[in-house]
Design a protein around this ligand. Structure first.
Ligand code: MG
Length: 459
């Protein structure tokens, strides 16, 4: 068991007291320790959900989830690429703070330090069952995999599905080989793009992973876990591999969407969410489970329809325009989050950790975090405003932009761009020259924040 910067774990009694004082329970019968499910897709664009405006992709389950919950229009991940975005969600920190500023590769020497407190660490210390399913991508060497980061159990592909095998992985004695591969091909030092391992705990159980059926595999495991843990509080982090390229869909979805294989993959993800929501309902867990849907970053700019769509936003994955950072987000918790609502306040994936801490009575990490409690937004409290005075957009180690209120300043290669996101979400008209005072103010915020953060980076 690694040493984490957690305060002493609160017992169930303390959890109950904290939970009720914060959430406002009125009777003992209402006392619950909510389950938490985070359903995190990969490279799904801002527009690629029906209720976010997709003209072609059908997502009836996510649309229904929005009708039963809250849709966020100004929700941000803390990086426009995978590894940093995931490190941020898991720790409640800008990824630079926790030493994951850029994408990691198989057998990378570094990753998210297991000294950091993840949401899973925090909830596990509070008696929760914790499972990670899917794409990990914050380190794949021993000590960096999910089971070293607070998760009891793991099933998934440990990084992007366009990568290859890390030959050093432990192998299950029951390892299943597909596509004519064998131990020799696994061990061969050759980059086979898209031939990635499926792992259980810290061992490869299938090589290469069956990507056509990967969404089904994850969904089946998610339902197994929910059913098994229905009587104890649980945290499920389901980080879907799709719709990251190479795109795949099972036979039931392949060739169905007019948006091509990308649409097929997203529609299968929608099915997956539908299965999970249906399971919660059948088990009577709807009123005791917070379910969050979002994407790890904006869509890839790819030809032939392989990438997603961030319209009406500007830009793509890997950029600090809105299209890279702003993603669709839906949250559902029957009886707690007002149904059919839309929230336009700024919120971020770094806010999940502190918000979940509040809801579950878990103790926050001892080390500094950047995320803030967004429960007042989720609960639909009247007049609730974003807790973020400013939100920062980093590209690798470089702070490139800040949003404060409706204004966003972006500075790349000395070029200053100022946009009013309320007037024009598409970042088309640079208003820097006519607003020197706003530019100056936002520039100062960037300088101050970055200077401070650079002195506080943990590795
Ligand atoms: Mg991604």
């Amino acid at each position: 068991m690694k040493t984490k910067g957690l305060y002493l774990a609160a017992g169930i009694g303390a959890m109950t007291a904290t939970y009720c004082s914060l959430v406002g329970c009125t009777s003992k019968e209402e006392i619950k320790h909510p389950n938490v499910i985070i359903f995190f897709t990969d490279d799904q664009g801002y527009q690629d959900v029906g209720c976010f405006g997709s003209p072609l992709i059908k997502t009836p389950n996510l649309d229904q989830m929005a009708r039963d919950g809250m849709r966020f229009t100004d929700f941000y991940v803390a990086s426009s690429v995978s590894s940093p975005s995931r490190a941020a969600l898991l720790t409640g920190c800008y990824p630079q703070r926790v030493g994951v500023p850029d994408v990691l590769w198989p057998n990378s020497e570094t990753g998210l330090s297991n000294k950091e407190t993840t949401i899973a660490d925090m909830l596990k210390a509070n008696g929760y069952a914790t499972e990670c399913i899917g794409k990990w991508h914050v380190g794949d060497r021993p000590g960096y995999l999910p089971t070293s980061q607070g998760f009891d159990t793991y099933l998934g592909i440990p990084y992007s599905n366009d990568m290859s095998i890390n030959q050093n992985f432990k192998r299950s004695k029951d390892l299943v080989y597909n596509e004519g591969m064998n131990l020799d091909s696994l061990l061969e030092k050759k980059w086979r793009r898209g031939k990635v391992p499926l792992m259980k705990q810290d061992e490869v159980i299938e090589y290469p992973a069956d990507l056509d059926n990967i969404t089904r595999t994850y969904t089946k495991e998610a339902i197994r876990f929910i059913k098994e843990k229905k009587d104890s509080p649980f945290f499920l982090y389901l980080a879907q591999t799709m719709p990251h390229v190479p795109l795949h869909a099972s036979a039931a979805f392949s060739g169905k969407s007019p948006r091509g294989l990308y649409g097929d993959a997203v529609e299968e993800l929608d099915w997956s969410m539908g299965e999970i929501l249906r399971t919660l309902k059948e088990l009577g867990l709807e009123e005791n489970t917070l379910v969050i849907f979002t994407s790890d970053n904006g869509p890839w700019k790819l030809k032939d329809g392989k990438g997603g769509c961030a319209l009406p936003l500007r830009g793509f994955k890997g950029q600090t325009y809105e299209g890279g950072f702003r993603v669709p987000m839906i949250a559902k918790w029957v009886g707690k989050i007002p149904a059919g609502t839309t929230n336009h306040e700024v919120a971020s994936s770094i806010d999940f950790l502190p918000t979940i801490a509040r809801l579950t009575g878990a103790q926050l990490p001892a080390a500094k975090i950047d995320g803030l409690d967004i429960w007042p937004l989720l609960a639909g409290e009247k007049g609730a405003k974003t807790p973020h005075e400013s939100f920062f957009y980093y590209y690798k180690d470089e702070l490139q932009a800040v949003r404060s209120g409706d204004w966003k300043l972006r500075i790349v290669d000395g070029q200053e761009e100022l946009y009013n996101l309320k007037e024009e979400v598409s970042e088309s008209t640079n208003k820097a020259s006519e607003n020197p005072e706003i530019v100056k103010r936002l520039k100062q915020k960037m300088t101050r924040f970055d200077k401070q953060l650079q002195t506080e980076i943990r590795k």
